[in-house]
Design a protein around this ligand. Sequence first.
Ligand code: F6R
Length: 594
Amino acid sequence: MCGIVGYIGTEDARGIILNGLKRLEYRGYDSAGITLFNGDDDTFHVYKDKGRVAHLEEITDFSYRSVLGIGHTRWATHGVPNQINSHPQSSDSGRFFVVHNGVIDNYKELITSHLNESVFASDTDTEVIAHLIEKFSYRMSVSEAIRKTMSLLEGSYALAIIDTYNPYKLYACKNKSPLVIGVGDNGVVVASDVMACVGYSDKFVPLEDKTFVEIDGATYRIMDIIGKVVPHVEKPIDVDYFNIEKGEYSHFMLKEINEQPAVLRNIIGAYFDGDEVLLNGEIQQAIRDSDRLYIVAAGTSMNAGQIGRELFEKMAGIPTEVHIASEFAYNLPLLSKNPLFIFISQSGETADLRAVLVNIKAKGYRSLTITNVKTSTLAREADHFVEILAGPEIAVASTKAYTAQIAILAILAYGLSDKHINLRKELSKVAISMENIIDKRDYIDKLVKDYLTKRNCFYIGRGIDYYGCLESSLKLKEISYIQTEGFAAGELKHGTIALIEQDTPVIAIISQRAIAKNTRSNLNEVKSRGAKTLVIATRGVHEPDDQIVVDDVYELFSPMLTVVPAQFIAYYAALHRGYDIDKPRNLAKSVTVE
Ligand code: F6R
């Protein structure tokens, strides 16, 4: 989704903004733009176009000194990706420049009620904001004009705003979409993600909804919508710069797949004291007090949630439901008497989840967020949060966050189980077994070359392997664009088997002893209809012809292992097709609009 970086201070604004935008590229975007103040002759310049930040860098003039600017990566919602619709957008006379992340639901009504006379250059909802600010600025201060505009906007927005009449100020505000300010000795950064501030700011402040900030190079003032100063706390930035670079790897996704054993060990180090689980007692109590857990998530995190349900029900005997956040938000099912809501989100910013959180908080229900970003909105706003400690995940396709989420769910479930396994040892075994798969990645690369030659593919499995199939198929489709579906193996013959023809690729995941035979017989059904099959199996249930055999681990943990070859399958399929692996088309890492 859109990314914002603004800067005011004494350093090179252009460098900070362009570098910040590159660090936000992981969010997904189709256009990029920047407005810079030329301190040499007091003029403002806009550079923007469809395409990558690298292209923006090429079209930006580097010949003058600039200490103020706002930049943006746009993921189109209103209007096609093109030069005109790219941000910054400007007001009628060009006095104000605005960059925006979010969606303004009532922009058409605002045009009718306030901007009848205006002429719009773009198809964006954002341009309406710039026009409104200018209109109000004729009869009030700029700060008041922006806050008045905020009071009219319905929907989500994070905004950075420049007033060309005053190059000593930068303004920002937000509602629902994330925005932080980074504070350092040489200036203030405004950004969608702390990542853009690393190296330029030592501290940051996550802005609350409906707050507004007025910044000069050295100081800033955070206010609410009526202009009352809002207290805030500056937090240290502890993201390691090294962690947000690719290093020796050709892609972030490859780096992140390879990091999984280390992430698991990191989790073990943080959440165990000897063989005992170290967890905030209040969290354990909240789970114990609830009569049903409601896991709410999207995409890969929801697939991890499905494994979470198995863990909570089978290890700890706690009834658990898993829901798609975007469905749950507007179609609340019948709830139990004492529900606990568990939000699983790598980014902690997914708007669909936030909509549910706001809704259930208003009803007085308790909540727990499991996230990779401890400073995120969902971490801040839930009653409790647990960090998955996966380190920054930059590739759009989630890999290490998925396995880390499952490990954390296992730790939560274990705390309330009869402790029939030694969890620390079992998780350590998974880490070692992941390394064994990583060592075989060249072999998987070769398999993929011969095997994934069609436009479609199916993953099939039963029980917990079925949930593994959902995640494996999501990985393959999102980066290789091969149309892939994950199916419960037994369900195929109830319709979908009609799609199997000569050489249709079907990948089976088989890790559970009790149902291995059933999946094998479904595999034979597709084979006899011409399918080209590939099997990922655990050693205990494997057969001689199986192509990928992974170690045996505690059965409920096998999805953490069987997903690793599936991640490599997706990676190499996309690599062979020459696609942009870390930034697949149409997708965003942080989905901050509903
Ligand atoms: C797929 C993927 C997405 C995310 C989904 C939720 O690889 O990354 O499906 O899992 O958009 O995002 P988070 O976990 O940040 O809430």
